[in-house]
Design a protein around this ligand. Sequence first.
Ligand SMILES: [Zn+2]
Length: 76
Amino acid sequence: MSLTSPVPNPATGIAFTAVGQLCFYCETTILTDPAVHWHGVIGSIYFHPACVFPLFIRLARDLHELERPDAYRSRP
Ligand SMILES: [Zn+2]
């Protein structure tokens, strides 16, 4: 994970910005930096900073269901 920035890297002169990328969570265009960047085996994904926490909550809930499936089953 890394954060994007409009400020160019002093060594390369290249800015790593997320402006114009789609947020993986809310699917709207990212208009400002900093944003959150994850690089995986199939490429990069970007998030608005505010979208990271709601995604984390949903991931944690799904993981909890995998660990304790009985807690999520309907009861008669
Ligand atoms: Zn978003």
